[in-house]
Design a protein around this ligand. Structure first.
Ligand SMILES: Nc1ncnc2c1ncn2[C@@H]1O[C@H](COP(=O)(O)OP(=O)(O)OP(=O)(O)O)[C@@H](O)[C@H]1O
Ligand SMILES: [Mg+2]
Length: 1107
């Protein structure tokens, strides 16, 4: 639930002066002081915010504070500038009313700070997003830039705004900022040339000299030393708490964010430097023949540097400081300038240059921040204008007159709008309006701005009048015209009462402003109003090559000479103030009245007299009176009912019905006299603050009772809840315990029953077992007895049968013998003497027949080693012989099938076997590969056609070999061809014959015992081919090549046989040297192929991978 708070909660003094009781100046100031001492720097007068400058940073501008004030009603929280900003922003966003925030107060009262706080608050609460944030950032960053160029340290304020600023911030329908427009009013340009004691020139000069890099300063032809520049006052060049160097960086950064190009920043700085240089130009008199003095530039160095900076011809500018051309009716006249005039011209140029630069900056910023969208905008204007200024010690001049005039106008608009608003609210709320007496300063405004006889009109008239015009003639004019005005005072006035007033010097006039009397010295009024810059100077400036400079002095363009006088400064200012006032009147005003607590710019000091003075001239007490004239306090019915509903039983705790009726019931019930309040349409109006305080008092008392009641109910509720919880817990605990106890009991009974049950079952089982055992024993005894008895019977029977069988057998034997004897006796006469041999032969024949038939199972393959086992020992010799004969026979059969070529191939294979078997490790792998001979297909391949035709004989072998280079052991591919009478080495790519060696010149071939393909062809010493040296080659078909070589050597009858030398170390003759080729077993990591490497001059090492 949202907690409703009010401004009235925890108030220090009163937060709204309208509630002050009694209301007089003393109580007003006491209240301000009381609040100021408690760090409450903001106080309301209705919707007007009074802001006291705390001169120290207070923790009241944090993001949390922003959140706190966001979307809250004005009177809900303690007074704050955020509340005003929020109110203004919300009525702009939600009610579509353009707003203006008018910040007034004297110099140093905190106007600029207040305007920045308002802007930062609005920036924090309005919409977010990349584009919106950029706009916000640009709007906020325009402040440091303008402050650097338009603010200066004065006696009253270390960061005093020396120009008036009105900024319109534009929003879209959602309340997101779109952009802004800044208007500036009358920069105090006299400060450029001269500053009062204890004050400084504009910040930018000091910032540039302290903060710019050496390089930048060199480019600008400046020196870091302030004392080198006449225009800079030295006694207060360094200000406590101001870091010019850091500010310079901030300003540059801000300019970048706002959108200044680097070249533009540079141009601006160049002009600033030019102003400084201009101040250093000095003049000396030079006598002329006509007796007049003519000015001359004293030291031309600064002039030269300035001209270089701006690209102006030095002579042109120099001349402009010595002569002045006057044009009248097509006539041109040149007059000389004396030294004083030259200085006047120089200062006028500097002031104009700087003020125009400032206006250009504002225009440039406006270009960057102007809203892009063309939709209708809602506008919030923030006005931060220089404060009312009265110099006690120093005489007030034209600038103060203008500034005070502006403040006068603002005061007027304040009075008008406050009253109007008050009146409008009464009409809106349908409350009877009572007339209010207040001081209207319209009469002072009229004294200054009246078109016929106003002071500004007089001044303009004087400036435009032909003849001699001086400040004194102007004063005379004032004395005659304004003599009767009650707010105008002058010594020479016809009004006799000032004739003896010594506080009023002769050259001065005094105006009774709403904020007090101000004495103005007329000296300089005419000049400053004229704001004259000699045309020669503006033309000289226009001739500059510096583009920004030309832009600033458009009137210097000779093509556009305008003989009309430019409008006077006073006229321009009056016009712009007029426009501003019109603008402000169309908007809903919000006021911030700034008050300065002391003159020392320090915290915690509250000077009553100073505050009193400000309160008086700001008309604050009057403001309260106006506000209270009818009714001191007003509040919407809902808030009123919400706040005081506890004072009446009928409205507490809820009132069901319209809030207005509720308030009526409430007030009647509280017996508030009827004349003390009036019912508006949406608000209740309370006439007297005392009535409100009585209500507040009763509310406070009631709140205590309510607090006790709430406490009571809360305690009761808490105890009951606690009790109910305990009760509920007890039931749960009891239930759980009972369950536990029952479970325990049940478990015990169950286990006891089980024990008993098991005992009984055991006893029963044992009884049955015993019975069964007895029965079983009885049965076993019977069986044993029966068995024994049967055994006896059986044994007896067996013995009888055995006896009987023995007897029968004996009878049969005796019978057989007897029968044999009978037969032998009978047949002896029929037997032949050699019957035994015949039976023997027959038996042997049968055995042999069976043996041979058994051999039939063996196959005809010569590779088949199987042979039946010998069946009888006596056949052993025959069995082995038979096996041998049979094998020879089947081999012969097998050979008989061969063709001639196949035979030759086998013969070669046989020869290879004879040469290499068990001698070279490569051999076994070659057995299964058939010898192909022509690996290159030399007959068919067109690539080798030429080579083939070069061969005279049939090519027996053609293969690709590697010829080993003796220098590094690397191989290069060669074609190797072998015919019957020679071998040829040819180039692999071209097929060109490299070497052709007749076989008779080949002495021997050397190979290793290992699995490599290296072989050396050694030539006979002294033969024709030997001159080139031996060949060391390697081939994948080594076995075939060597076999073929050997075979050709063997078959040719007229040739010596070629030696095949198989060893792991042999010598090869390379031209002159003999090189040893050594084969070693390398690790498997060398890869699969053998690698040859030259070790030294005499050794080539071939590492062969381990098998
Ligand atoms: N709310 C604040 N919190 C802290 N310091 C403040 C506050 N308001 C003003 N100040 C201090 O007071 C100084 C003067 O304030 P500021 O420049 O706003 O005065 P001003 O009214 O604009 O004066 P001027 O008319 O000369 O421009 C500031 O530099 C700052 O140090
Ligand atoms: Mg200011």
């Amino acid at each position: 639930m949202e907690v409703k708070t009010s401004l009235l909660d925890n108030m220090i003094g009163v937060g709204d002066m309208v509630l002050l009781e009694p209301l007089n100046e003393d109580s007003f100031i006491m209240n301000l002081r009381n609040r100021f001492d408690h760090n409450e720097i903001y106080t309301y007068i209705g919707s007007v915010v009074i802001s006291m400058n705390p001169y120290r940073s207070l923790p009241i501008y944090t993001p949390q504070k922003v959140e706190e004030y966001r979307n809250r009603n004005f009177y809900e929280l303690s007074p704050h500038i955020y509340a005003l900003a929020d109110e203004a922003y919300r009525s702009l966003r939600d009610q579509d009313k353009d707003q203006c925030i008018l910040i007034t107060g004297e110099s140093g009262a905190g106007k600029t700070e207040a305007s920045k706080l308002v802007m930062s608050y609005v920036a924090a609460v309005c919409g977010k997003g990349q584009e919106v944030n950029k706009v916000k950032e640009q709007l906020l960053q325009s402040n440091p830039v303008l402050e650097a160029f338009g603010n200066a340290k004065t006696m009253r304020n270390d960061n005093s705004s020396r120009f008036g600023k009105y900024m319109d911030i534009e929003f879209d329908f959602k309340g997101d900022p779109l952009g802004g427009v800044i208007s500036n009013y009358l920069l105090e340009k006299s400060r450029v040339c001269k500053q009062p004691r204890g004050e400084r020139n504009f910040h930018i000069f000091y910032q540039l000299l302290s903060g710019a890099s050496d390089d930048t300063l060199m480019k600008l032809k400046l020196d870091r030393d302030f004392s080198k520049y006449n225009y800079l006052s030295l006694d207060s060049a360094n200000v406590n708490g101001l870091d010019d160097a850091a500010s310079f960086r901030t300003v540059r950064n801000a300019m970048q964010i706002v959108g200044f190009m680097e070249a533009e920043v540079q141009s601006v700085l160049e002009l600033v430097a030019a102003v400084l240089k201009l101040g250093n130009i000095e003049f000396k008199p030079e006598s002329r023949v006509n007796g007049f003095d003519e000015s001359r530039v004293k030291d031309k160095n600064d002039l030269k540097e300035m001209c270089e900076l701006l690209g102006i011809e030095q002579s042109v500018l120099e001349r402009a400081f010595s002569y002045r051309t006057v044009e009248a009716k097509m006539e041109k006249m040149s007059t000389t300038l004396n030294v004083a005039q030259a200085y006047y011209a120089r200062d006028a140029l500097a002031k104009n240059l700087y003020s125009r630069l400032f206006s250009w900056l504002v225009t440039r910023i406006n270009e960057s921040i102007k809203a892009q969208a063309k939709t209708r905008h809602k506008v919030m204007g923030v006005l931060d204008i220089y404060g009312f200024e009265i110099f006690e010690v120093r005489d007030n001049s034209f600038e103060q007159f203008i500034i005070n005039y502006c403040n006068e106008k603002l005061q007027q608009i304040f009075i008008e709008l406050t009253l109007r608003e008050e009146q409008e609210e009464y009409i809106r709320e349908d409350i009877e309006w009572t007339n209010i007496e207040y001081f209207n300063n319209a009469v002072i405004c009229d004294l200054i701005e009246n078109n016929q006889n106003g002071i500004l009109a007089m001044l303009d008239e004087e400036c435009l009048r032909p003849g001699t015009v001086t400040d004194d003639t102007f004063l005379d004019k004032l004395n005659t015209i304004c003599a009767e005005h009650q707010h105008f005072e002058s010594r020479l006035n016809k009004n006799s009462k000032f004739l003896t007033d010594h506080s009023l010097p002769h050259s001065c006039f005094r105006i009774q402003h709403y904020a007090g009397k101000v004495l103005y010295r007329v000296e300089g009024f005419v000049d400053k109003n004229n704001d004259l810059l000699y045309r020669d100077l503006s033309q000289a400036m226009y001739k500059a090559t510096h583009s920004l400079m030309r832009q600033l002095f458009p009137e210097g363009n000779p093509a556009k000479v305008n003989l009309k006088r430019p409008p006077t400064a006073g006229f321009q200012f009056k016009a712009s103030v007029g426009v501003l006032m019109k603008n402000l009147q169309t908007k809903n005003p919000n006021y911030i009245r700034c008050i300065k607590p002391n003159d020392k710019k320090v915290a915690h000091i509250f000077t009553d007299s100073l505050v009193c003075h400000q309160v008086r001239y700001l008309g604050l007490v009057e403001n309260v009176r106006v506000r209270r004239a009818g009714y001191a306090f007003r509040q919407p019915y809902e808030s009123c009912l919400e706040r005081y509903k506890m004072l009446c039983k009928k409205t507490w705790p809820h009132w069901r019905g319209p809030a207005r009726d509720g308030v009526e019931v409430l007030l009647t019930d509280c017996s508030v006299p009827t004349e003390e309040f009036a019912y508006g349409r949406s608000k209740i109006f309370i006439r007297n603050p005392r009535t409100l305080f009585t209500l507040e008092e009763r509310r406070r008392a009631c709140l205590e009772d309510l607090a006790t009641l709430i406490q009571k109910i809360y305690r009761g509720w808490k105890s009951r809840t606690h009790f109910l919880l305990l009760k509920k817990s007890q039931v749960v605990v009891a239930a759980w315990y009972r369950r536990y106890a029952q479970q325990n009991k049940y478990q015990k009974i169950k286990s006891a029953t089980l024990v008993m049950q098991s005992f009984i079952r055991g006893w029963k089982a044992r009884n049955i077992l015993r019975q069964l055992k007895y029965e079983k024993r009885c049965k076993e005894a019977v069986t044993t007895i029966a068995a024994y008895w049967h055994g006896t019977q059986a044994r007896r029977e067996l013995r009888r049968l055995k006896e009987e069988a023995r007897r029968k057998h004996a009878v049969a034997i005796i019978w057989a013998y007897w029968l044999g004897l009978q037969v032998r006796r009978e047949y002896r006469k029929f037997f032949r003497a050699n019957a035994g041999k015949k039976i023997y032969d027959f038996t042997i024949q049968r055995i042999m027949q069976k043996y041979f038939l058994g051999l039939k199972t063996t196959t005809m393959s010569p590779m088949d080693n199987s042979w039946p086992a010998k069946p009888y020992g006596f056949l052993e010799g025959a069995h082995t012989q038979l096996r041998r004969i049979f094998h020879l026979w089947r081999c012969k059969k097998y050979r008989g099938q061969f063709t001639e070529e196949k035979k030759a191939v086998y013969e070669e294979k046989l020869e290879a076997s004879e040469i290499f078997k068990d001698k070279k490790a490569l051999y076994p792998s070659s057995v299964s590969q058939p010898f192909k001979g022509d690996y290159l297909e030399i007959q068919k391949n067109p690539k080798y056609q030429k080579l083939n035709s070069a061969m005279e004989e049939k090519v027996l072998l053609a293969d690709l070999v590697n010829k080993i280079n003796r220098a590094n052991g690397k191989g290069s591919p060669r074609l190797f061809l072998l015919t019957k009478s020679n071998f040829v080495l040819a180039d692999q790519k071209t097929g060109q014959v490299k070497a052709s060696v007749p076989l008779p010149d080949l002495a021997s071939v050397s190979v290793s015992t290992q699995s490599d393909g290296f072989f050396a062809l050694k030539l006979k010493e002294g033969s024709a081919s030997a001159s080139k040296g031996d060949f060391l080659l390697s081939s994948e078909h080594l076995i075939e090549i060597i076999t073929k070589l050997h075979r050709i050597g063997t078959t040719a009858a007229d040739r010596d046989q070629i030696n095949i030398d198989i060893s792991d170390e042999f010598l090869v003759q390379f031209k002159q040297d003999k090189v040893c080729v050594k084969f070693i077993q390398g690790g498997p990591k060398n890869g699969n192929s053998a690698a040859c490497k030259r070790k030294n001059n005499r050794l080539l090492e071939v590492s062969v991978p381990s098998p």
